[in-house]
Unconditional design. Structure first.
Length: 118
């Protein structure tokens, strides 16, 4: 896995799936508040007149020259929970995001949010 500081430098680069199909452009990185490790990224997807930010897990992601490769298929990412380009993920939407990718979800020990944008 790469450090959160390193991946922020990739903002604006292509995000591709395992078949090297371009999903979109890396916008932001969200870290797991319990571990402070990169957990999800938002990817700019959609038509120029209707852009949105789709979430994709960073588990198993790899970086290359000018791209970030994720383990998830382009179609799955494009169907994932999303926010407007100027929006935020509400805390009550986090469980649905994890569920979309069939990942376990547990809020923080004190009930705090699981993800934080960095």
């Amino acid at each position: 896995m790469f450090e959160a500081g390193d991946i922020r430098e990739w903002r604006g680069h292509s995000v591709v799936d395992g078949g090297d199909h371009k999903i979109g452009t890396l916008e932001s990185v969200y870290v797991d508040t319990a571990t402070d490790q990169p957990a999800f990224a938002t990817v700019t997807v959609g038509l120029p007149t209707r852009r949105r930010l789709a979430f994709v897990p960073l588990f198993g992601a790899t970086v290359g020259p000018g791209y970030l490769k994720v383990l998830y298929d382009k179609r799955l990412v494009r169907e994932a929970p999303w926010i407007d380009t100027d929006g935020e993920l509400p805390a009550d939407a986090e469980p649905a995001l994890f569920s979309h990718y069939e990942l376990p979800y547990e809020p923080g020990a004190g009930g705090e949010r699981r993800l934080a944008r960095r």
